[in-house]
Structure formats: structure tokens, C-alpha cells
Design a protein around this ligand. Structure first.
Ligand SMILES: NC(=O)c1ccc[n+]([C@@H]2O[C@H](COP(=O)([O-])OP(=O)(O)OC[C@H]3O[C@@H](n4cnc5c(N)ncnc54)[C@H](O)[C@@H]3O)[C@@H](O)[C@H]2O)c1
Length: 352
């Protein structure tokens, strides 16, 4: 029997205590959903600003979820992941285990529990160094890192689970920016703004020409809500680049916006051999055609202003900006080196 459309009410968000999740959870709650989180809380000690709301959270590793945990949910928004290219270099198998195998396992459990919609937080990074002028959802995938590969293989495996009772949907985000309780300084605009406010100067270690699609974290939350509420026929087993064409920017352009936002801030371009020259422009026509009423409200200039005000309010220092708590790779390394997590990236105390 084909699934009947009904507005989902009870939502599970995995990774709700991460950078995107700690904005999205409270957003969904305010939007009227009954929201529960699931997170192993790797970054619980990594708050820059207070949480907006408390979301009841199942503290559990994704890799140990059972169908019983997922009973009674209408939809799952799956954010939990190792979300950073360099983490893949730290230990490739972690990224594979969590982002690919863990996601597929979660989706199988969800299907078994009768969850109808599975919204997978994917990434435009899978287009790699795209040769295509603007990579749309049909562009060839050229993942360059273990992280990007894990998103490609997870999408393919999740797609195989799609049937009349289960609708996976793949939300390929650009690089996310904006204020979040669990702030990250390892994404481009957040990084440039943190540097600008804490040091009064911005250094870009490339020639600034690479393109990035960027999207504000609140727009991510709103666009995921649109996916949750969409008629099944519009989203079933579909991939969407999440963003808008006018949100493709060159790094140099983002750096200029930042220096124009922070009074007295200087800009230094320091092209270096081996610099990160990943470049791609994403095409966002499909999302716009499917959801013509939806507007991405934030521009990088608005986001830079929001971050400037937040960082000056809390007096962000150079030490805060460099603090391991706000760079995912550095924090995970700290958890490993201090023995807090084991060789499988599970909390050592819990494993014992
Ligand atoms: N931030 C971005 O720019 C961006 C861009 C594109 C896609 N994404 C995707 O969006 C999602 C969220 O990204 P983010 O920036 O919030 O990442 P994040 O690192 O801030 O948060 C990830 C959350 O997942 C949790 N988690 C990790 N492994 C887990 C496990 N095994 N079991 C349970 N929980 C686990 C962490 O504790 C953390 O709270 C990820 O899937 C990421 O790949 C993010």
C-alpha cells in the first residue's frame, strides 16, 4: 500500500547536540514538532554560547541503535556524523563506520520500526573539483576525501532501502555558517569571522579563487523543515542541493565581506603550494523548482554581521578562536589522547 501523506509530528534528530543540530532541534520544537534527539555527545563540552532550548536526548552511539529506540517516530533527521574532511585522515575507518555503516544501520532499524521518512544530511562536497560549471544533482560525483566518499556510498545504500513504506531523502548542504551553541571555526565563513574579530586580520592561505556554496545554519533548519513537511511524491528517494544559486561565493569574496564587517580588519592573501584548492559551484535549481515558495533568507553579509555582534558581545579572544573545542579534528584528537574515547571512538567509561 502506498504511504498516505500526513504531516510528521514526532521527529528524531540524530546529532542534535552538534553544530547544526543545536540550532535545528530548538527550531523544530518552536515549529511545533515533538522533537527528541539522539547523540553520543562528543562535543558536549564544546559550547561557545548557551543552548536556546533543552531537547530531550537519547545519549547513545548511533552504531548501537535498535529498532526499539526508533518506535513511534514519524521521521528521522539524520545529522550525526564525523563531519570534517581531515578527520578522515585521522582514522579512515571511523568515518566509514559512522557515516556510512552507521547511517545504513540506523535506516534499516528505522524502516523496521515503521518510520516513514529519513532525511539524510549529505554534502555538496561530493562533487569534488567539479569540472561542470554548476554541479546539479545529476553531475558526476568526484569525492576527494573519505568524508565525501562516505556521503556518496551512504546515499547509494540508503536509496536501496526506498520503497512504498520508507522514503529516504538526501539533503546536500553547502558549507554551513552562522552562530550555534556548538560553534565550529573549521568551516570557511565562521573561520574567517573568528580570525577577523579575535586577531583584527584575515589571512587566506590560497589565491582566493575557489568557489564554495555557503548556507546559513538557520536556513538549513528551515529548509529541512520544508523537506519534512513536503508531499512524499516530491521528496521520495530524491537528492537536493540545499541552497540557492546566489549563495555560491569565491573565498576571496567571503574574505572581503568579513573585512568590510569588522572595523579596522586587514586582509592578507598568502597563496601557498598545497593550499586547499577544492572548488565547486553547486546548482540549486531543483530545490527552487520543487519548493518555489521557499526563500533562503540569509546572505553571507548578514551572517558575518550576526557573528560580529555575537563575538564582540562575548569578547571572543584569539585563545577562544584557536581553542580545540571549536575545531572538530582537534577536539577528537584531545578525546583520544586523554583516553576519554577508545580506539572505536566510543566513550571509554561507557565501554568499560
Ligand atoms: N557543517 C557543515 O558545514 C556541513 C556541511 C554539509 C553537510 N554537513 C552534514 O551535516 C551533519 C551535521 O554537521 P555538523 O556541522 O552539525 O557536525 P558536528 O560535528 O557539529 O555534529 C555532529 C554530531 O553528531 C554526533 N555524533 C558523531 N558520531 C556519532 C555517533 N557515532 N553516534 C551518535 N552521535 C554521533 C556528535 O556528537 C555531534 O553532536 C553531518 O552529517 C555533516 O556531514 C555539515
Amino acid at each position: 500500500m502506498t504511504q498516505v501523506d500526513s504531516k510528521p509530528e514526532r521527529i528524531l534528530i540524530t546529532g542534535n547536540n552538534g553544530y547544526i543540530g543545536s540550532v535545528m532541534g530548538p527550531w523544530f520544537k518552536r515549529a511545533g514538532f515533538d522533537v527528541v534527539g539522539l547523540d553520543s555527545n562528543l562535543f558536549q563540552q564544546c559550547s561557545l554560547v548557551p543552548d536556546k532550548d533543552n531537547i530531550p536526548t537519547i545519549e547513545k552511539d548511533l552504531r548501537e541503535v535498535t529498532p526499539r529506540d526508533l518506535d513511534g517516530f514519524d521521521a528521522i533527521v539524520h545529522l550525526a556524523a564525523l563531519s570534517n574532511d581531515p578527520i578522515g585522515n585521522l582514522r579512515e575507518d571511523w568515518t566509514r563506520d559512522i557515516n556510512h555503516t552507521g547511517s545504513v544501520r540506523l535506516a534499516r532499524c528505522a524502516k523496521q520500526a515503521g518510520v516513514k521518512r529519513f532525511v539524510f544530511s549529505s554534502s555538496c562536497i561530493m562533487y569534488g573539483m567539479s569540472e561542470v560549471a554548476e554541479a546539479n544533482e545529476d553531475a558526476p560525483l568526484a569525492p576527494q576525501t573519505e568524508y565525501a566518499r562516505s556521503k556518496v556510498t551512504a546515499e547509494a545504500a540508503l536509496s536501496e532501502l526506498a520503497d512504498d513504506s520508507f522514503s529516504p531523502v538526501f539533503c546536500r548542504n553547502g558549507t554551513v555558517y552562522g552562530l550555534s551553541p556548538r560553534m565550529r571555526f573549521d568551516t570557511v565563513l565562521n573561520n574567517l569571522m573568528g580570525m577577523a574579530v579575535s586577531a583584527g586580520r584575515v589571512q587566506v592561505f590560497s589565491d582566493g579563487t575557489p568557489w564554495r556554496p555557503v548556507v546559513h545554519v538557520q536556513d538549513v533548519a528551515r529548509s529541512f523543515q520544508t523537506i519534512l513537511e513536503a508531499p512524499r511524491a516530491d521528496i521520495h528517494d530524491q537528492a537536493f542541493n540545499m541552497g540557492a544559486d546566489h549563495l555560491n561565493h569565491q573565498i576571496a569574496d567571503l574574505a572581503r565581506i568579513v573585512t568590510e564587517t569588522v572595523p579596522g580588519c586587514t586582509l592578507e592573501m598568502v597563496p601557498q603550494p598545497g593550499a586547499d584548492q577544492r572548488t565547486y559551484k553547486a546548482g540549486f535549481g531543483k530545490f527552487k523548482r520543487t519548493f518555489p515558495a521557499f526563500q533562503f533568507l540569509w546572505t553571507p553579509r548578514d551572517g558575518a554581521r550576526e557573528l560580529y555582534e555575537a563575538f564582540t558581545r562575548i569578547g571572543l579572544t584569539a585563545a577562544d578562536f584557536k581553542d580545540k573545542r571549536f575545531t572538530r579534528l582537534h577536539w577528537l584528537r584531545h578525546l583520544i589522547d586523554s583516553g576519554q574515547v577508545d580506539g572505536q571512538l566510543r566513550w571509554a567509561a561507557m565501554a568499560a
